[in-house]
Ligand binder design. Structure first.
Ligand SMILES: NC(=O)c1ccc[n+]([C@@H]2O[C@H](COP(=O)([O-])OP(=O)(O)OC[C@H]3O[C@@H](n4cnc5c(N)ncnc54)[C@H](OP(=O)(O)O)[C@@H]3O)[C@@H](O)[C@H]2O)c1
Length: 320
């Protein structure tokens, strides 16, 4: 697998692996199976794994920490802080935000233990906390970096101004934000800022939460543990209306001998050499399919055709 560099120096496989759904927001999985799956991902050349304290909460970090312990130093694990903790239930997006410096310190210590590492490779703020100046957040992460407990600072879903202010205090290595062929808002102000400051982009939900693979139709059902059961882009009406996007990916894919998922990922890889998507998957054959995107070359004509077609498509349903 080819490598890409985030920021100045964080070298990772060109495609990472999103681990969230192994423990959060999807059907429960078997722990042993997921450990084998994570080992298979390493065998196939993936060196970049994405988790967060809130996934589970905690169990996803524990799973990733246990599975990747034998590969310490050979893989990069990114995790995230920033959701408020209930004293009993831990963090949850429903509880609000908490990026106070003292909380960041507590989360870092706990994540280090769960991940079984001496230093967190990449520590993202999961969401910007309007109650804590971003300079204080960046300052707390800078202190953790100086103490050797964190290697790189990241932000998630931050706007251009926040990125710039954070970067002035502690250089930001990567921004993680939703980015895919059907959600492109980062292109307006964020991508130029990242390019100017030398910050990498890690697109999350690069497969549109599975929709862009073409394997979801109006008969696909989700149980209540799956966040798509409440997602406006996954109503039967939206699924039908947005089929034109999959048709486009299939049309380009037919020419390239590639699947829609591979075209969706190849499109992201073609945008900038410092973009590293993190598709989530839990099945070896899907992992192989997604990794195959690295061999799909989209020409300027292909990219122009996609841009042109997408500019005429109105995607139905909010992304959350
Ligand atoms: N920073 C944030 O706020 C944030 C928010 C959301 C997600 N994330 C991160 O981004 C990662 C990926 O996002 P995501 O899971 O929401 O969306 P995604 O990667 O766009 O899609 C994942 C879904 O697609 C399915 N899938 C993957 N490859 C496939 C293939 N080749 N064919 C058919 N289906 C396929 C997966 O199924 P299976 O799992 O069943 O294989 C899963 O249901 C997460 O794991 C998480 O680490 C971050």
């Amino acid at each position: 697998m080819q490598k890409r560099t985030l920021g100045n120096s964080l070298v990772v496989s060109a495609l990472g692996l999103g681990c969230m759904r192994m423990s959060f927001g999807d059907k429960p999985t078997d722990r042993r199976e997921m450990i084998s799956f994570l080992h298979a991902a390493v065998d196939r050349g993936i060196t970049f794994f994405d988790t967060a304290e809130v996934y589970g909460p905690f169990t996803n970090e524990e799973l990733v920490g246990e599975a990747l312990e034998p590969f310490r130093g050979k893989v990069v694990i990114a995790t995230k802080f920033g959701f408020k903790h209930d004293p009993v239930k831990g963090p949850n997006p429903m509880f609000g935000l908490d990026s106070r410096p003292e909380q960041i310190m507590r989360v870092a210590e706990a994540s280090l233990k769960r991940l079984r590492v001496e230093s967190i490779d990449l520590f993202y703020q999961h969401r910007v906390d309007p109650n804590v100046p971003i300079e204080d957040v960046a300052g707390a992460v800078r202190d953790l970096i100086q103490a050797g407990k964190v290697m790189h600072f990241g932000l998630s879903e931050a706007g251009a101004d926040i990125i710039r202010r954070a970067h002035a205090v502690q250089p930001v290595t990567a921004l993680q934000s939703e980015y895919s062929i059907w959600w492109r808002s980062v292109e307006e102000a964020v991508l130029p800022t990242l390019e100017e400051l030398g910050i990498g982009l890690v697109p999350y939900s690069p497969l549109g939460r599975g929709y862009l693979t073409g394997k979801i139709d109006e008969n696909t059902t989700y149980d209540s543990t799956d966040i798509r059961s409440r997602n406006p882009r996954f109503t039967p009406e939206a699924i039908n209306a947005n089929r034109v996007v999959v048709d486009l990916l299939e049309r380009i894919g037919a020419r390239k001998g590639a699947t829609p998922a591979q075209i969706a990922l190849a499109w992201l890889l073609a945008q900038k050499p410092w973009i590293v998507p993190i598709p989530g998957s839990r099945q070896p054959e899907r992992l192989d399919e997604n990794i195959g995107a690295g061999n799909v070359e989209l020409t300027p004509d292909d990219l122009g055709e996609i841009d042109n077609a997408m500019s005429q498509i109105k995607v139905i349903g909010d992304r959350y």
